[in-house]
Ligand binder design. Structure first.
Ligand code: ATP
Ligand code: MG
Length: 648
């Protein structure tokens, strides 16, 4: 039995949702979704209230998803304007710059309304309007949030491209969605270094229509090329623009944004989210999963280029009138205490980050945490991949001091908001388990081969969803066939997450990783996450990635890429010790056949390991690595190829 960690009695007494309420609300959400979401749809302001709630079909060939379809609204008015009367002076966004010596900025709801309206007027003056696509290629600066909300205000559709992506990745996205404009900055400071965003944009625009306009935020003041007639100085134009810009009325099902998935599994897809259902779902999950209360300071460390930044830096918190932090920097600059310094400085109450960041900081030692006063923290969150128990315990002990509930939130770009997560007042945490479905989410575990629904509580298989929820993506931009093919073809009648999972005897869900990452060793199927967790539990290991490779006898062998802690010597002795360690932790079947020392692992900008690339290298087929344009640091791949272990 896994140990469980309930919140304190005091936390539970103050929580929005306790265990009994969760049971009752969950039952209501699945027995009568129309009634449930009609009620919760009221948490946002509608211009014309909806009369229809749910109209969805998961049948392959006919997949169609609509929520609140006859309602109209404006998303920016919901995130900004409606708060001005009641909390105009309250800080909406705290901006924490890359360099801690630069003062932080506090932007009130009243100021946010003015800035967003000015930018919206700048866009409008350039002929941008409802339904037009605008690419946002900005660092983590307030202008990124202004640009998102300015698009929403005029009914334009934004698509954010990570500021770390290459000109190629940017050009592909501009062209795929037929964007009329891109907004970028001169340069982007990050971890003390600067990315030349404008120059990347210039390169990208060589491969795009010459009609694409280029808005430039002069952020650092660094010198850039300037193309007269195309480049537009946004800040200067905003200074002259009016703060009056009436929000455009849009339909609930009009697209709010397109976001290309990070690409850890292949050609990026333009995930389309619409306005009404997405906003209801983002707002509701932000409030309930994090047990956010009025006046709390909420910090999600993601980048706005990732869906987590969309839902939990901008749309969810602002729809709820929250104070949200936007951080320009990285966890390790100027030192490994930066996250905790920022938590102490802004008295953060809820802190939400990814296991990859936790593991990186864990590798630097607890002294970096202990230097800072973290007494304001009430809750911690995790997202992006399964959190291994080792990292969970470290997070709980050193950051949460054993008193903050931890929510492990499983969700996807496609789902708009949390799908499987504890609600802190209702669900005791279990290290490594995402635990329970959010309201309205009907999970099923299917046998991967027969597609049979597993009816026993304790079960293992692929994770599917039986019916729609308001935050669900509606289509792949310009390719509804691909949408149906990717998510609804393999297991008919269900939305297929692509992830494997285990449901334990308590009915808690454990995500075991992408189905593509399951390996089959001598007829035993296992998730690579399990082997990785075992490796990371060894004191010398900071990070590990495991993939399968063709093996004459076993069918598939286990190939482990291991990053050691600072100051640990990579030796053959240690290799042997790690193999022995995994044997005792899991069993002989899981012992790695090959271990490669990896100074770095190929990751997406959101910190996810690109196992697709690691599989190719393990297969000694490194010539065709596919799209690597979304890698955070493409140079790590060269080292991995050079030192590959399987040369057969
Ligand atoms: P792509 O779809 O382009 O390959 P991606 O799947 O990495 O990229 P995201 O939508 O950001 O892009 O990530 C969703 C995936 O991340 C999930 O399908 C799951 O594999 C993993 N994931 C996210 N949160 C969790 C979590 N709390 N526990 C386990 N896995 C998680
Ligand atoms: Mg995915």
């Amino acid at each position: 039995m896994s140990q469980t960690y309930p919140a304190s009695d005091e936390f539970i007494a103050n929580a929005h949702v306790n265990a009994a309420q969760y049971e009752e609300m969950y039952a209501a959400s699945v027995s009568d979704p129309d009634a449930f979401w009609a009620e919760h749809g009221k948490r946002i302001d509608w211009i014309k209230p909806f009369t229809k709630v749910k109209n969805t079909n998961f049948e392959f060939g006919k997949v169609d998803i609509k929520w609140f379809e006859d309602g109209t609204l404006n998303v920016a008015a919901n995130c900004v304007d409606r708060h001005v009367a009641t909390r105009g002076d309250q800080t909406a966004i705290i901006w924490e710059p890359d360099d801690p010596k630069t003062p932080a900025r506090h932007i009130s709801y009243a100021e946010l309304k003015d800035e967003v309206s000015r930018m919206a007027n700048v866009f409008k003056a350039q002929g941008i309007g409802k339904g037009d696509r605008v690419i946002i290629y900005l660092p983590m600066i307030p202008e990124a949030a202004y640009a998102m909300l300015a698009c929403a205000r005029i009914g334009a559709i934004h698509s954010i491209v990570f500021a770390g992506f290459s000109p190629d990745a940017l050009a592909n996205r501009i062209n795929d969605c037929g964007a009329v404009a891109v907004i970028t900055a001169d340069t982007a400071p990050r971890g003390g270094r600067r990315t030349a965003l404008k120059s990347n944009t210039d390169k990208a625009l060589f491969d795009c229509s010459d009609k694409v306009k280029c808005f430039v935020v002069k952020h650092t003041g660094d010198q850039t090329t300037w193309i007269e007639g195309r480049d537009l100085d946004v800040k200067a134009m905003m200074a002259d623009a009016s703060t009056d810009c009436p929000p455009e009325e849009v339909g609930a099902e009009d697209p709010l944004f397109i976001l290309y998935t990070s690409g850890s599994t292949g050609r990026p897809k333009g995930v389309v989210h619409t306005s009404g259902g997405y906003l209801v779902y983002a707002a509701m999950t932000q409030e309930l999963t994090f047990d956010y209360h009025d006046g709390d300071i909420f910090w999600c460390t993601a980048d706005v280029g990732w869906v987590t930044g969309h839902s939990y830096i901008v749309y969810g918190p602002l729809a709820n009138g929250a104070t949200t932090i936007m951080f320009e920097g990285v966890p390790t600059y100027p030192d490994a205490g930066r996250f905790w310094e920022v938590c102490a400085k802004h008295k953060v109450n809820q802190f939400y980050t990814a296991p990859t960041a936790i593991r990186a900081l864990m590798g630097q030692g607890p002294e970096w945490v202990e230097k800072h006063d973290l007494s304001s923290l009430k809750l911690l969150g995790s997202v992006g991949e399964p959190i291994n128990p080792e990292a969970w315990n470290w997070y709980n002990t050193h950051v949460g001091k054993g008193k903050c509930p931890i929510v492990d939130t499983f969700w996807q770009t496609e789902t708009g908001g949390h799908m499987v997560t504890a609600l802190p007042g209702a669900t005791p945490a279990k290290p490594g388990a995402a635990t329970k479905p959010f309201f309205g989410v009907q999970l099923e575990v299917l046998d991967p081969a027969t597609a049979e629904v597993q009816t026993d509580t304790a079960a293992e298989g692929v994770l599917c969803v039986k019916d729609s929820w308001p935050g669900q993506m509606r289509t792949v931009w310009g390719d509804h066939e691909r949408f149906m093919e990717t998510y609804f073809s393999q297991y008919r009648g269900y939305y297929f997450t692509g992830d494997g999972c285990r449901r334990d005897a308590d009915g808690d869900y454990w995500i075991t990783g992408r189905v593509d990452d399951v390996i089959n060793v001598s007829g035993h199927r296992m998730g690579t996450a399990e082997v990785e967790s075992a490796l990371v539990a060894h004191e010398t290991v900071a990070e590990a990635a495991v993939v399968g490779y063709p093996h004459d006898i076993k069918g598939q062998g286990i190939y482990a890429y291991v990053t050691l802690m600072n100051n640990v010597e990579p030796t053959d002795e240690l290799r042997k010790e790690l193999v022995k360690w995994v044997r005792t932790e899991i069993g002989p079947i899981a012992s790695p056949d090959l271990i490669q020392w990896a100074p770095g692992l190929p990751k997406t900008r959101s910190g996810k390991i690109m196992r697709r690339i690691l599989r190719k290298i393990a297969e000694n087929d490194y010539g065709a690595l596919g799209d690597t344009s979304t890698l955070a640091d493409p140079s790590v791949v060269d080292d991995l190829i050079e030192n590959r272990m399987n040369r057969g």
